[in-house]
Design a protein around this ligand. Structure first.
Ligand SMILES: NC(=O)c1ccc[n+]([C@@H]2O[C@H](COP(=O)([O-])OP(=O)(O)OC[C@H]3O[C@@H](n4cnc5c(N)ncnc54)[C@H](O)[C@@H]3O)[C@@H](O)[C@H]2O)c1
Length: 448
């Protein structure tokens, strides 16, 4: 099948490369000339494990190509996927759909034979109706259908998620379009991935409901962690005790500095706005978003407290900047709020992240000293904060860290160390919700 991906970012590039790997003929389009030029040279503009090999092998096999020119490939396509960004709109938090609508207009002008236009971008309920209206207005005679096919991949495990999804949601009531989508996903049908055929609006809402629920789970355990700190309980054991219940499940129950990333913050806000517009406010999600927002900055205060109440004139080493490991994505990362809070409190910041530093430099305000590795980062620091649980931070040589630091204070916002193990080395150690009184936690040992 001939497939076009409009937008070659995290979702477009991964989806395009995976579709090509299924055997389809895929053209990835992007407006950014530098991105397309890099891709043509075999250079991958984002960090995603396994993506470089997948892109290169499929490009070499002639199944995957890149262009800034949408018209040619769209005129011959069976399916055109819209995978452009839908960031929060300034002011009201609703999804900014200008990129989706601009792409829709460009696609409309280029349509040739019967084409299925698929929104893979996360878009509020009803967006498919508007895309259909835009295309119909510009090309009344064109043969097309608009389908919603939200993407559930996780950055850092995106290829695995795309090829072995928990489910594929296809939103359309058009039988012909459903057949095209079945052909697009045929290799996954053969792998018996659950396919959910729904109405277009249902598919659109399913994506937001899933993200809002995951954000709620994270926020719930974060609040439990705060309570654990007050009552001397261990949140990792609480989470384990909850998660072993099949009705709850153990995933997304890791207490930390608050959720971030390119999806949860903006998608919760967009859902809140949609629900308000329809007169059915999503109060739980509203609370989740508010609690999470406050939490990120509160983590700055946690560092200040661990430093004895002030960081003025002190140096804080920040280990990890991305919102989670195995990505270079800095969008809405908790590190941004934490660093700003510490700078506001008078601290000087040194930082290291294995993949995120280029993106961080573009978004982090103020002066930050970027270091080449974790040890350089903690040199002469008065405190070190683990913000992202990259594997390389899990087995630091703590003796070396202690010698390098001006004062040995470690704040572990991901609970990757065991308190007694770090304290034994002479550190002042603070974590999230594990209460000093509970040192021999089985789950803490698993996680360390
Ligand atoms: N990143 C994720 O983990 C993830 C997961 C699931 C869903 N999503 C959703 O997928 C969508 C895309 O997210 P992303 O992270 O890939 O975004 P991204 O910013 O990485 O990529 C979007 C790309 O689209 C390009 N673009 C914008 N307008 C264009 C146009 N008219 N023609 C061609 N290219 C155009 C941009 O230049 C950019 O390269 C969003 O709606 C997001 O919510 C993202």
């Amino acid at each position: 099948m001939k497939i076009v991906m409009v937008g070659s970012g995290y979702v477009g590039l991964v989806s395009g490369a995976c579709f090509a790997d299924f055997g389809h003929e895929v053209v990835c389009v992007d407006k950014q000339e530098s991105k397309i030029a890099a891709l043509k040279r075999g250079e991958i503009p984002i960090f995603e494990p396994g993506l470089t090999e997948l892109v290169r092998s499929n490009a070499a096999a002639g199944r995957l190509s890149f262009t800034t020119d949408l018209a040619g490939p769209v005129s011959a396509a069976d399916a055109v996927f819209i995978a452009v960004g839908t960031p929060s709109r300034r002011g009201d938090g609703f999804a900014d759909l200008s990129y989706v609508y601009a792409a829709s207009r460009e696609i409309a002008q280029a349509l040739g034979r019967y084409t299925v236009i698929v929104t893979k971008s996360t878009v509020p309920v009803g967006t498919g109706d508007e895309v259909e209206r835009i295309v119909r207005e510009l090309r009344p005679e064109a043969e097309f259908a608009v389908v919603s096919n939200p993407e559930f991949l996780r950055e850092g495990a995106a290829i695995e998620d795309f090829k072995r999804p928990d489910r594929i949601v296809i939103g359309t009531e058009d039988a012909r379009a459903q057949q095209v989508m079945a052909d697009v996903y045929r290799p996954l049908y053969l792998n018996s991935a659950p396919i959910l055929n729904t109405s277009r609006r249902t598919a659109e809402l399913t994506k937001y409901a899933a993200n809002a629920f995951l954000a709620t789970k994270i926020t719930f355990i974060n609040e439990m962690a705060d309570l654990c700190e007050q009552v001397g309980a261990n949140v990792q054991d609480v989470a384990r005790g909850m998660g072993l219940d099949n009705r709850i499940g153990g995933k997304f129950l890791h207490a930390g500095p608050g959720y971030g990333g390119s999806c949860f913050p903006k998608d919760t806000l967009a859902l809140i706005k949609t629900a308000q517009d329809y007169g059915t406010p999503a109060r739980i999600v509203e609370t989740v978003a508010a609690v999470n927002e406050q939490r990120k900055r509160a983590m700055g205060r946690k560092v200040v407290a661990a430093c004895g109440g002030s960081v003025r004139g002190k140096t804080v080493a920040v280990l990890g900047l991305t919102f989670k490991p195995n990505t270079d994505d800095m969008r809405d990362s908790p590190s941004l709020s934490i660093i700003t809070a510490l700078q506001d409190a008078g601290a000087t910041i040194r930082a290291f992240d294995p993949e995120g530093m280029e993106q961080a430099k573009a978004v982090l305000p103020g002066a930050v000293t970027y270091c080449d590795n974790a040890y350089e980062c903690v040199e002469d620091a008065d405190a070190a904060v683990i913000v992202t649980e990259w594997n390389i931070f899990r087995a630091l040589d703590l003796d070396r860290v202690r010698t390098l630091m001006r004062s040995p204070i470690l704040i572990d916002l991901r609970n990757i160390y065991r308190g007694e193990q770090v304290r034994e080395k002479g550190f002042v150690y603070a974590d999230i919700g594990r209460g000093i009184s509970d040192p021999v936690s089985s789950h803490a040992i698993d996680a360390a």
